[in-house]
Design a protein around this ligand. Structure first.
Ligand code: NAD
Length: 447
């Protein structure tokens, strides 16, 4: 099929490259000329495992990037809208989605053949039918259901493993205003075999995405709340508590051959310094605001957010318990990205942690194997010393705070053991074995 994708960010570009990989002809549209040029040179503007290989394989044949939205849409059978949907502090900001819908609608004017427009961005329930569809009708002069179909296909990829997630999805949710739209989307996904495919209406598809993210956020804040109590009580470590919880048969199943398999969901049932990223925080906030506006407050999810906002502060409290003052204290932040294997800094807990350390007069260094340049754009780069290696980060520090579970940090216990004057190690993710580090503090553990 011939596809166009509006927005060549994490979702749009990964989707475009993967659709090309399975045989579709794809045009990725972005307003950012720099991104377009990079993609057309076969270079990825984001750090995502396997993406560059896909670009190199398909750019110039089945995949291209362009700024010419109208030409891309008119040459395709189906258009995905994959632009950003940030939270504006009060509610979801649909500005990019509206603009994309208007532009796509204008491109469809007098096309003379049926087209399908699919919202892939995460949007609050009702957006596709009540916002996007009327804009498309107005701008195109055509009628939804006759001249074009309108669908909603939420994306569940996880940054860091986005290509793998897209190529081997756990589910494909296909929302559509009618059977024709759903059938067209099913054709686009036909190359992904043996994947549960769920056809539904647009509003349900939108809600499935929010419910999926909200449950993960809830589990994380739940684990953090349990961890905070463990730290307060003393004599109980949240890591052991959660190991015991994970052993329940709904989290760890015994297969017919006796092998025990732990469900991946358990990775959300661990305490840490809070969730970040481009999705969980903004999506839960948007859903809470949407519920409020609809006359249905969501106190549970509201609290999930409140717990998360305070969680980075725990790291500061641990430092305060160990040092008389943070003024002049040399603190190294290990890991800046909101999670490993990505350079995405959006809503990373490293941002409030660094800000609080600076506010209290600490001398802050930071190390991240991948996200350094992205971090410089969103952190006060003139006040933070960004170092090149893990060894440099530890060298001379009074304290080191682990914020991201980068694989490389498994070297930390050995490095610290060799240092005569090792810094206090504050494990914001409970990644490392506390028994291997002499001066260890961690979330959910009292010293
Ligand atoms: P992003 O910011 O990385 O990418 C959005 C892109 O759209 C940018 O490159 C921007 O330049 C471009 N753009 C904006 N307006 C445009 C227009 N009118 N025409 C052409 N291009 C335009 O965002 P993202 O992380 O890819 O997220 C996109 C959507 O997918 C959001 O709704 C997000 O919630 C959702 N989502 C994201 C993830 C994720 O892990 N990042 C996962 C699932 C769903």
């Amino acid at each position: 099929m011939k596809l166009s994708i509006i927005g060549a960010g994490y979702v749009g570009l990964v989707s475009g490259a993967c659709f090309a990989e399975v045989g579709h002809d794809v045009a990725c549209v972005d307003v950012d000329q720099n991104k377009v040029d990079r993609v057309n040179r076969g270079q990825t503007p984001i750090h995502e495992d396997g993406l560059e290989a896909l670009l190199r394989r398909h750019v110039g044949t089945r995949l291209r990037a362009t700024r010419d939205l109208a030409a891309a849409v008119r040459a395709s059978e189906m258009t995905f809208i994959a632009v950003g949907t940030p939270f504006d502090g009060k509610r979801i900001d649909l500005g990019y989605v509206r603009q994309a819908a208007r532009d796509v609608g204008a491109a469809l004017r007098d096309l003379g053949r049926y087209h399908v427009v699919v919202v892939k961005s995460t949007v609050v329930p009702g957006t596709t039918d009540d916002v996007v569809r009327p804009l498309l009708e107005e701008a195109s002069g055509g009628r939804a259901g006759v001249d074009f179909g309108v669908g909603m296909n939420p994306e569940f990829l996880t940054e860091g493993v986005a290509v793998r997630d897209f190529m081997e999805p756990d589910r494909i949710v296909i929302g559509g205003m009618d059977e024709r739209t759903i059938a067209a989307l099913a054709r686009a996904y036909a190359p992904f075999r043996n994947v549960p495919t769920f056809g539904t209406n647009n509003k349900t598809a939108e809600m499935i995405k929010y419910a999926s993210n909200a449950v993960l956020a809830t589990l994380i804040s739940f684990s953090n709340e349990v961890g905070n109590l463990c730290a307060r009580l003393g004599g109980v470590d949240v890591v052991e508590v959660m190991q015991g919880v994970h052993l329940a048969r709904y989290f760890t199943t015994t297969l017919a051959d006796g092998a025990r398999v732990t469900a991946p969901i358990t990775s959300f049932l661990d305490a840490g310094c809070g969730f970040g990223g481009s999705c969980l925080p903004k999506d839960v906030k948007a859903l809470v605001a949407h519920g409020e506006a609809a006359g249905q407050p969501m106190p549970l999810l509201d609290t999930v957010i409140q717990i998360n906002l305070k969680q980075p502060q725990r790291v500061i409290e641990m430092l305060e318990r160990s040092f008389a003052t943070l003024r002049g204290l040399k603190v190294s932040i290990l890991g800046l990205a909101f999670k490993p294997d990505t350079d995405d800094m959006r809503e990373s807990p490293a941002i409030p942690i660094a800000a609080e350390l600076l506010a209290r007069g600490a001398v802050v260094s930071a190390y991240d194997p991948v996200a350094r340049e992205a971090a410089k754009r969103v952190m006060p780069a003139d006040r933070i010393r960004f170092v090149d290696t893990l060894d440099q980060a530890l060298d001379g520090a009074d304290a080191a705070v682990l914020v991201t579970r980068w694989e490389e940090f498994n070297r930390v216990p050995d490095l610290l053991a060799r240092m005569p004057d090792a810094p206090l190690f504050v494990d914001g993710r409970r990644m490392l074995d506390k028994r291997r580090i002499a001066r260890y503090a961690g979330i959910g553990l009292s010293e």
